[in-house]
Design a protein around this ligand. Structure first.
Ligand code: BES
Ligand code: ZN
Ligand code: ZN
Length: 488
């Protein structure tokens, strides 16, 4: 999307979005007359989400206008602006658009990043794998050129709109990765994305292949990989602008490119969406695509283990005992509880090699978390209240919400093994999200750690605000960026 900033409307602007609060101030000069129309006056009051389409033709201006209500001025906030701009863009996409001109009133000054995010997120399209007319139609219904009109006040603040658009590009990239099936986005492809992002941004990127994983004795990751025709990998990305002056934050993402469940195979219903089981890893890629661009002055390490969880004659079996990278032994109570196995090795690797100041992991880890919290909240677990509070405030700011969940001693007890140190499931089937988190906790040692179970919010069924029906959301990118920016 190409962006230009202008001071006033141009006769060339054929499609104009006019976001208005309830006082209906801020209509640019050529269009002020439309509010004199008694029909429109009755129908459009600027209430939140209210819309009116007007075909304007007068003197040299001839344009399709979409008036979009933002509600009362004092009620404006980032979440409202992000979602209303996304909704307005989605509405415009019901027909061809191409160029879009958006009028920005000074009342929107505190929310410019959210505005940029909303426009970019609403412009996401899912036709990547369509061809011919279907693809062309979808292309025509996206904005290719964006004109932002702000008379005399935007100035240097346009950087915030730009940041919002950059963030939306990263979120849309994550959406695309998560939507993509595992015959297209596989282990090698995810690792290639990391290498490319590293090249563009000059990050050091290390990709450990199967041989190296064997040498390092990453027994838990290799166990999950046993039944797969594709070899596992572990990706490590480094953004270290502060050099040795600061211990890094480690962001770790679950990268199961497809989860069949393994020998404890999953039922058919919903199985297709197990292509989303690498959403945590995709978030790490999305975050790293932004760190340099947004000039985030924090040392950050990104790590993601990559494999699918498949079934063949060599596959991991229930009751197998494996030795993790940490040396702890794990009984496989259920091969479908694979995420915690691969994360165990990734977490141990981060602790051993980087002594991070804190670890945050993102994982589509349990159906139980989705049952408990639905698709809006991620479950937030961890061993340090300050870290959790920081994530909670970033969540409120970005509207990528989290809900704090417990890890109790009885959850820890439940994960002890009978024949070995740990079991990867608790046989009771109760509190599945908490017991999964309790399992991960065994590998963080004394590092401050937060775990986000994103099984629910990584994808939505219904179209809502910034999100699209039956589509990945890109949940976690905005949250992690805001979290990293909040670290002093
Ligand atoms: N990938 C799944 C969790 C999941 C479920 C993600 C729904 C996204 C949507 C995970 O590997 C899994 O299968 N978890 C099991 C754990 C159980 C065997 C203890 C689950 O949640 O049922
Ligand atoms: Zn599973
Ligand atoms: Zn899984």
């Amino acid at each position: 999307m190409k962006i230009t900033y202008k001071k006033k409307i141009d006769p060339k602007d054929q499609l104009v979005l006019l976001p208005l609060t309830e006082d209906l101030s801020g209509l640019p000069a050529p269009f002020q007359s439309i509010l004199k129309n008694p029909q429109l006056k009755k129908r459009f009051l600027g209430k939140k989400g209210q819309k009116a389409e007007v075909f304007f033709s007068e003197k040299k201006y001839s344009a399709r206008l979409l008036l979009w209500g933002l509600g009362k001025k004092p009620d404006l906030n980032s979440t409202l602006i992000r979602s209303q701009f996304a909704l307005a863009v989605k509405e415009l996409r019901s027909s061809e658009l191409g160029d879009l001109t958006v009028m920005i009133d000074p009342v929107l000054k505190p929310f410019l990043q959210a505005l940029g995010e909303g426009i970019g997120l609403g412009n996401f399209h899912i036709a990547k794998y369509k061809t011919g007319q279907d693809f062309a139609d979808s292309e025509k219904r996206t904005i290719s050129k964006l004109n932002l009109i702000a008379p005399n006040w935007l100035g240097a603040d346009k950087v915030y709109v730009g940041d919002g658009l950059k963030i939306s590009t990263a979120v849309n990239f994550v959406r695309e990765l998560v939507n993509a099936p595992s015959n297209i986005v596989n282990v090698d492809n995810m690792a290639e994305h990391a290498v490319n992002i590293g090249k563009i941004n000059k990050y050091k990127v290390t990709v450990l292949d199967k041989k190296q994983l064997e040498k390092l004795k990453m027994g838990a990751l290799l166990a999950v990989n046993r039944g797969s025709e594709h070899h596992a990998k572990m990706v490590i990305m480094e953004h270290l602008p502060l050099g040795k002056k600061q211990e890094p934050v480690a962001i770790i993402g679950k990268g199961v490119v497809f989860d069949t469940g393994g020998v404890n195979i999953k039922p058919t219903a919903g199985l297709d969406w197990m292509k989303m089981d690498m959403a945590g890893a995709a978030v790490v890629l999305g975050v790293f695509s932004l760190l340099k661009e947004l000039d985030i002055q924090q040392n950050v390490i990104g790590i993601f283990p990559l494999t699918d969880n498949a079934v063949d004659a060599t596959a991991l079996k229930p009751s197998d005992i494996v030795t993790s990278f940490s040396g702890k032994t794990i009984e496989i109570g259920n091969t479908d509880a694979e995420g915690r196995l691969i994360l165990a090795d990734a977490i141990s690797y981060a602790v051993k090699n980087y002594s991070p100041s804190s670890i945050v992991d993102l994982a589509t880890l349990t159906g139980a978390c989705m049952v408990a919290l639905g698709d809006h909240y991620a479950g937030l677990f961890g061993n340090n209240q300050k870290l959790k509070e920081r994530i909670k405030s970033a969540a409120l700011e970005t509207d990528e919400e989290v809900w704090e969940m417990p890890i109790h001693d009885f959850h820890r007890q439940a994960m002890k093994g009978h024949f070995s140190d740990l079991n990867n499931i608790d046989g009771s089937g109760l509190a599945g999200a908490s017991t999964a988190a309790a399992f991960l906790e065994n590998f963080v040692q004394d590092t401050d750690w937060a775990h986000l179970d994103i099984a629910g919010p990584a994808k939505t069924k219904k179209s809502k605000d910034i999100d699209f029906a039956n589509c990945a959301t890109g949940y976690g990118v905005r949250l992690m960026i805001s979290f990293l920016q909040s670290i002093k």
